[in-house]
Write a protein that binds this ligand. Structure first.
Ligand code: PLP
Length: 432
């Protein structure tokens, strides 16, 4: 029987990240006042110079610092699984693989960039980092990683998730950070929103505005973003680079690579190395982005310059967007409730180098249950979007008899999403 888990030794872990900006032209962020490309120094109130340099770098490979590699080794290289039992449950001739990013201490791919961001901030002497979090995964990842490097961390958590996911909040506290529901009374923008919409469920756009406002007003404080920006995608490429080395140990090569898309970082992480080879003409791998129908950025948004946040404080980013004022329904895949998608992912979709599709909430949970009852791991609702797409592609193979190799990124586990699963089982879960 073929392997079930394809593992790498620690010494086989990639030591460089892949920077797609060497191979893809992405429109620069614009200063909202002048409409000119942002100058590096204009971003310095929010980010350390080293990360700003990475954001704009055209170098194809960037060395991963030794101290970051050492933290990565606490859970990396992550396993690539062959989903034999899921294949059997579906009765498909397709081969299904998944990269398991749920094995990090925070339970998702997000620490891959949080470690790097905390490290470069530590090097730059940052004392405190503010951030936003949707479902709580980014907040917990950053809290974990600020703790490794002795940096204070404050998290603005989208209100609906703050109450839906109390244990994510506990985890953030466990690793030593402070967490408050957003909109909050601690910032000028939060107070304004609370006055206008006292009952709002909050949104990532609002929480970003609060975290940015606080960082901009305090010299010792920087801001960190868990997705969307080029440097977050860069750090996540460790996922796809590892996956490629793991496939080298099998007889297979993926025909289809699938990832769920919120801001686009786990998808970028798993897919960009494959897109590099597609662009070079070496391969013709299909890449599919999967998003919720309730927040259909790539499938229904416009590709244009827009703000990253609701207060319109961030630079303008050229991306697929539903509008920075869009407040998505409080669906359970909180990490996919963002009005935009990263400029890199957006450009890839616009250029036809990546496909995009969307699914409704109930069918996502159906897929999650099928996966959990065959493979065992309870998936995060976000990751279940990728699972649903992989299952659909595998069922197409069942009809045609094709033995395609399908790979998806399991971006995280759903241990903190049991209230959502309960709702699904009691029939209370709706499509939006
Ligand atoms: C945050 C998160 C996502 C969505 O973010 P991306 O930047 O699009 O990857 C997806 N899955 C999990 C488990 C997450 O925590």
């Amino acid at each position: 029987m073929d392997q079930t888990k394809i593992l790498l030794d620690e010494n086989e872990m990639p030591t460089q990240w892949y920077n797609i900006l060497a191979d893809l032209e992405v429109a620069p962020p614009l200063n909202p006042a002048t409409k000119e490309p942002m100058k590096p120094e204009e971003m310095e109130p929010l980010f350390p110079k080293s990360l700003i340099a990475q954001e704009m770098s055209q170098e194809r490979y960037i060395d991963i610092p030794q101290e970051v590699l050492e933290i990565y080794k606490l859970w990396r290289p992550s396993p690539l699984h062959r989903a034999h039992r899921l294949e059997k449950a579906l009765g498909t001739p397709a081969k299904i693989y998944y990269k398991n990013e749920s094995v990090s201490p925070a339970g998702s791919h997000k620490p891959n960039t949080a470690v790097a961001q905390a490290y470069y901030n530590m090097k730059a002497g940052t004392e405190r980092i503010t951030t936003e979090t949707g479902a709580g995964q980014w907040g917990s990842a950053l809290s974990l990683c600020c703790n490794y490097f002795d940096i204070e961390c404050k998290v603005y958590m989208v209100r609906s998730s703050f109450y839906q996911k109390p244990y994510r909040k506990s985890l953030i506290n466990l690793w030593g950070a402070t967490v408050i529901p957003s909109p909050s009374t601690e910032t000028q923008f939060g107070r304004k929103i609370l006055e206008m919409y006292p009952e709002t469920s909050g949104s990532l756009g609002i929480a970003i505005s609060e975290a940015v406002e606080e960082a901009a007003l305090n010299d010792n404080t920087k801001y960190a973003l868990g997705s969307v920006l080029n440097h977050t995608s860069l750090h996540q490429t460790i996922i796809g680079l590892e996956t490629m080395k793991q496939f080298d140990k099998t007889e297979d090569y993926p025909d289809i690579v699938i990832g769920c898309c919120g801001g686009g970082s786990n998808l970028a992480g798993v897919a960009l190395p494959y897109i590099r080879d597609n662009i070079a003409g070496k391969t013709d791998t299909r890449i599919i982005a999967v998003e919720p129908s309730a927040c259909p950025t790539l499938t229904s948004g416009n590709f244009e310059y827009d703000f990253g946040d609701m207060a319109q404080m961030t630079p303008l980013l050229k991306m697929y967007t539903l509008g920075s004022e869009f407040i998505p329904p409080a669906i359970h895949a909180g990490g996919l409730r963002y009005h935009g998608a990263s400029p890199i992912i957006s450009k890839l979709v616009a250029d036809g180098l990546m496909e995009a599709t969307s699914y409704h909430q109930v069918e996502i949970f159906d897929a999650a249950v099928t996966f959990a009852r065959s493979e065992g791991i309870p998936p995060a609702p976000e990751s279940s979007h990728a699972i649903k797409c992989a299952i659909d592609e595998a069922l197409k193979c069942k009809e045609t008899g094709e033995e395609k190799t399908i790979m998806f990124n399991l971006s995280g586990h759903g241990h903190f999403d049991m209230a959502s699963y309960d709702k699904y089982f009691s029939g209370d879960l709706t499509n939006d």
